[in-house]
Design a protein around this ligand. Structure first.
Ligand code: LLP
Length: 430
């Protein structure tokens, strides 16, 4: 199985963390997002335990853009994770879940004055400042509120996950952060250090998503530590914190690599410790912001099959009762997924089709060219590894209601987010 929390039971049904997903579909309706609570917690602990073990001081912060609803923040609080938030909507949701904000890191390349004021008033621990304008906005609001704000500066180290060996200017041209290469990173650091209301704690970089080894993290840390050393020499300021941004990749399909995250964190720590030694720095508090690798394999989506269309000489289509409104990742990125007919789990896979949604849009494809047992109307299709960036990127295109989110935990299942209703859709219409 693509992931060890997925199985097949005696009824030939797919199970998720031991729960029959066809039973869950019957109980809660489809489409349905299902989360495995234990797996979310295990994924948090992989980062937490390894970072505690291998760094003198460290904190994993869940990148909540991957899945943002109250129950997730409650779990993050219980697991002792920090959070990365990118909007006041995420901050508000975390607050409503009772998540303390001291370890919240507020991102975004364009925080409005309203965002800045909201975050400061509500005690968001850290701003990850993108640009000088944002520093001025924080200064204005802190002066009024007689507050001082802890800040990391987001820098672009000029490497790209997939192409850094060949082209290392790719990421300098980014809407995020200030580039080291152009001197803008040093400028913004000087500015931050000159402001009384700004408590500069360190630096942040985000190298990429779906990273399967530590090479880019090592290269990124080296550039960031060189920068920290330069700033120390020139301005007698030594950063206390260094954030390396998003976490490691996940296995969506059999051909994706399997990765030992703890072992990779160990390698990063050894490298950082020896590099700090070499350039005369204390090892900073190390932050990471994993999103995908915390929730992706803890999620599954189940749909009911509707129309099955066979076009002789062309191809076949299996239409389900969801689509790009609950999973836009194939339409946006061509993302791969592993699918099953959940009520014919171990039957022979002999029917190749595009699994498509019900939106008025040809690119509304969940996955093209999938070979499955031939389904019938009302069969259940399970799409695996949908816990990251599916619910959080869901939309109401075509006025389709967003699905419910259900958790399974031990032998319990419970609702975390209700299915939207038709009345929800018109609630704000005047
Ligand atoms: N930190 C920062 C500053 C980020 O921009 C991101 C992701 C993360 C952390 C989390 O990275 P992760 O551990 O999840 O790889 N919608 C896309 C992913 C966009 C990621 C954007 N930033 C998708 O569905 O694949």
């Amino acid at each position: 199985m693509i992931c060890n929390n997925i199985g097949v039971n005696s009824k030939n049904h797919i199970t998720f963390s031991g729960h029959d997903v066809c039973e869950l579909a019957k109980k809660y309706g489809t489409p349905l997002y299902i989360y495995d609570e234990q797996r979310v917690r295990e994924n948090c602990r992989i980062y937490k335990d390894a970072m505690d073990k291998y760094f003198p001081s460290a904190l994993p912060c869940f990148a909540s853009k991957a899945a943002a609803f109250k129950r997730i923040y409650e779990i993050m609080k219980e697991e002792g994770m920090g959070i990365d938030v990118v909007s006041i909507g995420e901050i508000y949701t975390a607050m409503k879940a009772g998540m303390p904000l001291d370890n919240a890191y507020f991102h975004s390349n364009n925080k409005t004055d309203e965002d800045v004021a909201f975050a400061i008033e509500n005690g968001v621990g850290y701003f990850v400042v993108d640009n000088a304008e944002e520093l001025f906005a924080i200064e204005r609001i802190c002066e009024k509120a007689c507050k001082r704000q802890k800040v990391l500066l987001r820098l672009t180290p000029g490497i790209d996950t997939h192409t850094y060996e060949a082209v290392n200017t790719g990421k300098v041209d980014s809407k995020f952060g200030s580039a080291i290469e152009t001197g803008q990173a040093e400028e913004i650091t000087k500015l931050a250090l000159s402001m009384n209301t700004i408590d500069l704690k360190g630096f942040h970089c985000h190298i990429g998503s779906q990273v399967f080894d530590s090479d880019t993290f090592l290269r990124g840390s080296e550039i960031m530590l060189d920068f920290i050393a330069l700033i120390k020499t020139k301005y007698s300021y030594e950063a206390e914190e260094l954030s390396l941004g998003g976490g490691y990749g996940v296995k969506y399909v059999e051909s994706d690599p399997e990765i030992d995250i703890a072992e990779n964190i160990k390698q990063v720590s050894e490298y950082i410790k020896s590099y700090c030694d070499k350039v005369g720095l204390n090892v900073p508090k190390l932050l990471m912001e994993p999103g995908r690798s915390i929730v992706a394999d803890a999620g599954m989506t189940v749909y009911s099959v509707g129309t099955i269309k066979e076009i002789p000489g062309y191809k076949n289509y299996i239409s389900v009762d969801g689509g790009m409104t609950d999973n836009i990742r194939y339409a946006l990125y061509g993302s791969e997924y592993t699918l099953f007919v959940a009520n014919k789990a171990a039957d022979e896979a002999n029917f190749t089709a595009d699994v498509v949604g019900r939106c008025c849009e040809s690119d509304d494809i969940i996955q093209p060219k999938v070979t499955l047992p031939k389904p019938e109307r009302n069969d259940i299709i399970a799409v695996c590894t949908t816990g990251a960036y599916n619910y959080s990127m869901a939309s109401n295109y075509n006025r389709i209601c967003r699905p419910a989110v259900v958790f399974v935990s031990g032998d319990r299942d419970y609702l975390a987010v209700k299915r939207e209703t038709l009345d929800d859709l018109v609630a704000n219409d005047i």
